[in-house]
Design a protein around this ligand. Structure first.
Ligand code: PLP
Length: 383
């Protein structure tokens, strides 16, 4: 069986697995306990926080651990907006139309709670899913509190110009803390080299299981002095923003996954995965009726998203599974049920049918050339 659904979840890297299981066995104590066991566990947490914050170019105390990007996005969006509502009568949020539901759903929930006080503005994107900095700038007003732009899209792999957006936002109203800039980095963190300070980001969401660490662990960068309110209350861990006993083993695994990004082997893996992806994509594009979704260059190296004219994506995914190939259609990471892709609809407003005819193939750093060749054979024979 070939697994090419790595944007839904990656396998755990052997080094990460080794450390995670060892910590789970040996360092079970609560990191906030004062005894030696607790101190040892806290040392592991501190070490992971140091590795990740150094990698991202941020301060140690600007990173909190969460259960994943869904929670990070919720803390960022609800926490920022609820805090702003304490002092502002009207609050505006700007996003693209191709944000993950972990960004869209909390905004919808806030609008239901405060229907007259929150405005959600959706900036237009081009046919490859990329946003223009000027289009965001044109939507800004003194009421804009938060701009949330997905760093790399989970379906079409399109990478947004976050650095340019950050630069523009910081110039917009230098006398005010607002607008704040959040990005969902769940899909981008593994392949994109990003210094969050340099990118002028105020908040950045990370997910472990999209980067060869376990599921159930993630992180959120919150720039120092960002006005934010907790959305969940308890023991006051993580600087009072994310209460709950820390997941020491998951945190150690996330730290190790980030440490691996600093090794030369990671750069080699990026080249290899891009080459394999390009080989497969070029072969697939030779098949009549297949077209690429998203930008060819500004795209995650592991991602392919294609429309196959006249083919049902759902049937194709099932047929592929029966033939030994795991791929996905639509928003596969949302739920068990296959849904039409909102992302494909947003980039093809004149051809909504494409939302039912598009599949995502996502490689991993462990994918082999033989697997890529077999993938092509399976898809061609199904079509
Ligand atoms: N954001 C993006 C872009 C994603 O692809 C995902 C994956 O499902 C999430 C958020 C949710 O992440 P998690 O599964 O860590 O909650």
């Amino acid at each position: 069986m070939i697994y090419l659904d790595n944007q839904a979840s990656t396998p755990i890297h052997p080094e990460v697995l080794k450390l995670t299981t060892q910590v789970m066995q040996d360092n079970f104590a609560n990191p906030h306990s004062q005894h030696t066991f607790g101190q040892k566990a806290m040392h592991i947490v501190d070490n992971a926080r140091r590795i990740i914050s150094e990698y991202l170019g941020i301060q140690f105390s600007e990173l909190i651990f969460t259960s994943g990007a869904t929670e990070s996005n919720n803390i960022a969006i609800q926490g920022i907006i609820k805090k702003a509502l304490e002092t502002k009568e009207k609050v505006e949020i700007i996003t693209t139309p191709i944000e993950h539901s972990a960004v869209m759903a909390p905004i919808q929930a806030l609008i239901q709670e405060y229907p007259d006080r929150i405005i959600h503005k959706i900036v237009s994107i081009d046919a490859t899913g990329i946003v223009k900095v000027e289009d965001i700038q044109n939507l800004l007003t003194p009421d804009t509190v938060l701009v949330s732009i997905i760093h790399a899209n989970n379906e079409i792999g399109t990478i947004q110009p976050v650095r340019d957006i950050g630069r523009m936002l910081k110039k917009y109203n230098p006398d005010s803390i607002y607008p704040l800039f959040h990005s969902d980095g769940a899909q981008a963190m593994w392949s994109e080299d990003i210094n969050l300070n340099y990118a002028n980001l105020d908040l950045y969401s990370i997910s472990g299981h999209k980067m060869y660490a376990p599921k159930g662990i993630g992180a959120l960068y919150i720039k120092k002095n960002t006005p934010i309110q907790p959305i969940c209350y308890g023991g006051g861990q993580e600087y009072g923003i994310r209460s709950g006993t820390l997941n020491t083993a998951g945190i150690a695994g996330l730290g190790e996954a980030v440490r691996l990004l600093t090794l030369p082997e990671h750069q080699e893996a990026l080249v290899r995965i891009r080459d394999l992806r390009n080989t497969l994509l070029d072969q697939l594009l030779q098949i009549e009726g297949i077209t690429l979704n998203g930008d060819r260059e500004m795209r995650l190296p592991q991602n392919i998203n294609i429309t196959i004219a006249g083919q049902s994506a759902e049937k194709l995914v099932i047929a592929a599974d029966l033939a030994g190939l795991a791929i996905s259609a639509g928003s596969a990471c949302h739920s068990g049920a296959m849904q039409e892709s909102e992302v494909i609809k947003a980039i093809n407003p004149d051809q909504p049918i494409k939302a039912k005819q598009s599949i995502r193939i996502s490689l991993s750093q462990f994918t082999t050339a033989d697997e890529v060749q077999e993938t092509y054979n399976i898809i061609k024979s199904i079509i």
